[in-house]
Ligand binder design. Structure first.
Ligand code: F3S
Length: 64
């Protein structure tokens, strides 16, 4: 499973990194989120799925 954060859509709401802190990191410059690793670790998959549904901007997408 691969994860992507659309930098145009992300508005820095931080929910993704609160839900899945091991999978997303926030930029200290603009507060935007990016994946720690685009290949999601198996033990992070459920957290990342929850983050996808929680992002108000729908900025996070998954590909299997
Ligand atoms: Fe950005 Fe959505 Fe996370 S707006 S910081 S990807 S919750």
């Amino acid at each position: 499973m691969k994860v992507h954060v659309d930098q145009q859509r992300c508005q820095g709401h931080t929910l993704c990194s609160m839900i899945a802190p091991k999978a997303f990191e926030l930029s200290e410059i603009d507060g935007h989120s990016s994946p720690v690793d685009e290949n999601v670790a198996h033990d992070q998959e459920d957290h990342v799925r929850e983050a996808v549904h929680s992002c108000p901007e729908r900025a996070i997408t998954l590909t299997e």
